[in-house]
Design a protein around this ligand. Structure first.
Ligand code: SF4
Ligand code: SF4
Length: 93
């Protein structure tokens, strides 16, 4: 029997998919985006930008893990990262 705590529209709820984008030259390697991502999508690069900072990249095996929550965008003090929602039709294709 279904728990009374499950929302009535649970069967129709879908988890969004996102594509995360980084602007490396803006990054200051504060690590906030890596720490706050709830899906552990991000890791710091091995290379550095022109200022000598490592910047976030998609971690190995996490290519399809972004859920477009935009936490990384919200916490980035340098406006260096953002996600774009992937339309459901493309996710299903
Ligand atoms: S949008 Fe959310 S899930 Fe995607 S990389 Fe940013 S914090 Fe992680
Ligand atoms: S939050 Fe912004 S500045 Fe900090 S590591 Fe991530 S992209 Fe770089």
């Amino acid at each position: 029997m279904r728990s009374a705590r499950v929302p009535l529209d649970w069967d129709r709820v879908t988890v969004p998919r996102g594509s995360v984008h980084v602007i490396p030259h803006r990054c200051k390697e504060c690590h906030f985006c890596v720490d706050f991502c709830p899906k552990d999508v991000l890791a710091l690069s091995t290379e550095t930008n022109a200022k000598g900072y490592r910047y976030p990249v998609v971690a190995p095996g996490k290519d399809e893990a972004c859920v477009h929550c935009e936490f990384c965008t919200l916490v980035c003090p340098e406006y260096a990262i953002f996600s774009v929602e992937i339309p459901r039709a493309e996710v299903m294709a």
